[in-house]
Design a protein around this ligand. Structure first.
Ligand SMILES: Nc1ncnc2c1ncn2[C@@H]1O[C@H](COP(=O)(O)OP(=O)(O)O)[C@@H](O)[C@H]1O
Ligand SMILES: Cc1ncc(COP(=O)(O)OP(=O)(O)O)c(N)n1
Length: 272
């Protein structure tokens, strides 16, 4: 009987392989976790942007979740691009039905190129149906502003927004700092566990190759939770993983290229 930790990603497909389920599965693999997927939408995407979005029927997402949940088992899961209120509702229903608790919600809204990956009218469903199921939610700053309903201009605002997001039902929140360029050569992610704040500091890398950083970060948290790590340990490993991945990006594509999912293993002395 295998004891390998199992993680599920419920997210959209990125044909370019840098974000979405492709980034999630690569991250799970690199962190020695068995990866499974339930696809919510297919995007036509490369490093230059998202050309088209084809959402799947909510029933298709629910059936994929049922297929893996009833057979292979899930130790932790993450959600990414969910696109519509109907898909969010179907996903939330299945998470509740299985009683899964290690749930990481990456509230994907808008891709870096500006394409909408969540319909504006679906924000309400995200807040009402999915947020209360989140063990950890990982918004970037614009997403945290939408969820909290407040402007975030500094770290004090970020702390207040984190408290508001937890008051909506999420147990813990990481407000990521990639979009806050006020810190010079530092990048700071803020974890709020419902009572205490922890700042995770890193070196800001000045590069355009940051496509899929949020997906990769939340997938790494999910992989570590599947292995039994605490949320603080999981978030720190995810920060180390994404830092290494951005630092040694692959230089692919003509636009915002993907990060290097192999880099963390190399850092740990693994064989490539
Ligand atoms: N230029 C950068 N240098 C180092 N780390 C970064 C950089 N940009 C983003 N990150 C890290 O990548 C992760 C995702 O951050 P962010 O860009 O805020 O989210 P998203 O990709 O969802 O917009 C965070 O851990 C953040 O600290
Ligand atoms: C299919 C799909 N899902 C999510 C995203 C957004 O990914 P993110 O990690 O926020 O990175 P950017 O796209 O903002 O670079 C996506 N693009 N596609």
């Amino acid at each position: 009987m295998s004891t390998i930790p199992r993680a599920l990603t419920i997210a959209g497909s990125d044909s370019g392989g840098g974000a979405g389920i492709q980034a999630d599965l690569k991250t799970f693999q690199e962190l020695n976790v068995y990866g499974m997927s339930a696809i919510t939408a297919i995007t036509v995407q490369n490093t230059l942007g998202v050309e088209n979005v084809y959402p799947l029927p909510p029933k298709a997402a629910a059936e994929q979740i049922d297929a893996v949940g009833s057979d292979l088992g899930v130790d932790a899961l993450k959600t990414g691009m969910l696109f519509s209120a109907e898909i969010i509702q179907a996903v939330a229903d299945r998470i509740r039905a299985f009683g899964w608790t290690k749930v990481v919600v990456d509230p994907v809204m808008i891709a870096k190129g500006g394409a909408s990956l969540l319909l504006p009218e679906a924000v309400h469903a995200l807040k009402k149906s999915l947020l209360p199921l989140a063990y950890i939610i990982t918004p970037n700053i614009p997403e945290a502003e939408t969820l909290s309903g407040m402007h975030i201009g500094n770290m004090e605002d970020r702390r207040n927004a984190a408290k508001r997001i937890c008051s909506l039902g999420a147990k813990q929140v990481v407000i990521k700092g990639g979009h806050d360029d006020s810190g010079g050569d530092r990048v700071v992610d803020l974890l709020y566990d419902g009572s205490d704040f922890t700042e995770l500091h890193g070196q800001r890398i000045f590069t355009k190759h940051t496509h899929g950083t949020g997906c990769t970060f939340s997938a790494a948290i999910t992989a570590e939770l599947a292995k039994g790590a605490s949320s603080a340990q999981a978030v720190q490993t995810a920060r180390d993983f994404i830092q290494a991945a951005i630092e040694s990006h692959l230089g692919l594509g003509q636009g915002h290229g993907p990060t290097n999912h192999f880099a963390y293993r190399r850092l740990q002395g693994g064989v490539l």
